[in-house]
Write a protein that binds this ligand. Structure first.
Ligand code: SF4
Length: 274
């Protein structure tokens, strides 16, 4: 599910990131995405067992830790037994590495943590995930090691997009093993989903398998994600839409035309606003 419309970050492999932030989603809008998926799966009212919607990942459009209040409220509703009753252990929040918010995320949501890593050294990660310039890898790893509740039953998922000739060598796989040493982790290898004008290509299948083999030998589960939705530009990192932030003056004009804006006479007297 998404947490924002657009994104303030500009990860260079991500088409979604080329869409400027329009706004944060509300908790209701986040929960509604789950409800729409359940409706599509025919899970309404919610069955107690054999659910087809079994896991939720905050990994759509936007950076969830820049909208933590709404994300935390949405998770409370999704996890509540009187709500959708999906266990917090089945809810994962993926971040590009907003280090100062990691602890609050863990304490407020008890959600599983995923990190959009993609590189093992600061020079390359600065380029792929520019937020790294603000929160470099060493501090990020320290924040991850301190994530509340971390353990073998609650591993961190590291996402690693496979970019041909950029981050996909066996040496980089070995560097990744070294970087993650001591962190209960699994690694998702994501074949790059190309988009018009992107500067990268997807790694060859052989390179992805060789990379995964290094991780497997070191004892890490490292599934290669099956790309889904590429044909409609809706796969991972391809969620750019046509929404744009509306200028306040345009919005006021539109609301006036629709008769929605309060006239000055109808506006509450100062001090009486709700
Ligand atoms: S990968 Fe996530 S955080 Fe980075 S630009 Fe894309 S949507 Fe934003």
């Amino acid at each position: 599910v998404s947490s924002q419309v657009g994104c303030t970050l500009n990860c260079t492999f991500c088409h979604t990131g080329t869409q400027p932030l329009v706004r944060n989603l509300t908790a209701a809008e986040i929960v509604a995405q789950v409800q729409v998926a359940r409706d599509e799966l025919g899970e309404w009212p919610s069955p107690k067992e054999d659910r087809r919607l079994s896991n939720i990942v905050f990994m759509g459009m936007g950076e969830p830790l820049y909208n933590l209040d709404s994300v935390a409220d949405a998770i409370d509703i999704i996890a509540d037994n009187e709500g959708i009753a999906i266990s917090r252990r089945r809810i994962t929040v993926s971040t590009s590495g907003v280090v100062p918010e990691l602890r609050a995320l863990g304490e407020r949501t008890q959600a599983m943590l995923a990190i959009s890593l993609h590189a093992t050294n600061d020079a390359l990660r600065d380029e792929l995930v520019p937020l790294n310039r603000k929160y470099p890898i060493a501090g990020l790893m320290a924040g991850i090691r301190a994530y509340p509740g971390l353990g073998n039953a609650r591993r961190v998922t590291f996402e690693y997009v496979m970019l041909k000739g950029v981050n996909d060598s066996p040496a980089e796989a070995r560097a990744l093993v070294k970087l993650l040493s001591g962190v209960p982790a699994k690694i998702n290898l994501i074949p790059f989903n190309p988009w018009p004008g992107s500067p990268y290509a997807c790694s060859d299948w052989g390179a992805i398998e060789a990379f995964a083999a290094v991780l497997n030998r070191a004892g890490y589960a490292s599934p290669i994600r099956t790309p889904r939705g590429r044909d409609i530009l809706a796969a991972c990192g391809q969620l750019k839409s046509d929404s744009e932030k509306e200028r306040a003056s345009v919005r006021r004009a539109r609301e006036r035309a629709a008769g929605l804006q309060k006239t000055p006479e109808a506006a509450p007297a100062p001090g009486n606003e709700p």
